[in-house]
Ligand binder design. Structure first.
Ligand code: MN
Length: 192
């Protein structure tokens, strides 16, 4: 069964002005779609074609891994944002954040720092590992499940995520993500 491009969880103009519909036309409509198209071509007629995306990600390397992981990463990234997001975690997630980071402000600072300092293309993450929350960053298509970690939230820092709206100013994009878009309810739902 062929892989398909999942629906966005909100309208394409819903994140404006922080992320424009034009960015999403390219980022979702072209980049995310291309990973789906490429993976389907790579696995056509092969045993992987009948596996789940997660099974392929855990078992593959090279082009198959890159395209499969990027499909998963982008689907997860769209859900890590919502119109009117931002603020701070609440409830159980806030308890765990306070336990493991000291405060929500420290988590925001660490997540922002990871996103701003990832060298080249990649992702910043809030993950759960061994019962503890931590902030990590990965390069290119790499992702937490490949390292025994459970992803709770992500920020895409490939240039295609921000170049139309922010040009080279990645820090401004990261600040907008944290202040206006980040979806803490989604992160809380991903807790094990
Ligand atoms: Mn991307």
């Amino acid at each position: 069964m062929a892989f398909t491009l999942p629906e966005l969880p909100w309208a394409k103009d819903a994140l404006a002005p922080h992320i424009s519909a034009e960015t999403l036309d390219f980022h979702y409509g072209k980049h995310h779609q291309a990973y789906v198209t490429n993976l389907n071509k790579l696995v056509e007629g092969k045993p992987e074609a009948d596996k789940t995306l997660e099974q392929i990600i855990l078992a593959s390397e090279g082009g198959v891994f890159n395209n499969a992981a990027q499909i998963w990463n982008h689907t997860f990234y769209w859900r890590s944002m919502k119109p009117g997001g931002g603020g701070k975690p609440t409830g159980k997630l806030l308890e765990l954040v306070t336990r493991d980071f000291g405060s929500a402000d420290t988590l925001l600072q660490q997540l922002g720092e990871a996103a701003k300092t990832q060298f080249g293309s990649g992702w910043a993450w809030l993950v759960e590992e061994g019962g503890k929350l931590k902030v990590t960053k990965t390069s290119n298509a790499d992702l937490p499940m490949k390292h025994g970690q459970k992803a709770l939230l992500t920020c895409d820092v490939w240039e295609h995520a921000y170049y139309i709206d922010y040009r080279n100013a990645r820090p401004s994009y990261v600040d907008a993500y944290l202040q206006h878009l980040v979806n803490w309810d989604f992160a809380a739902k991903n807790l094990g």
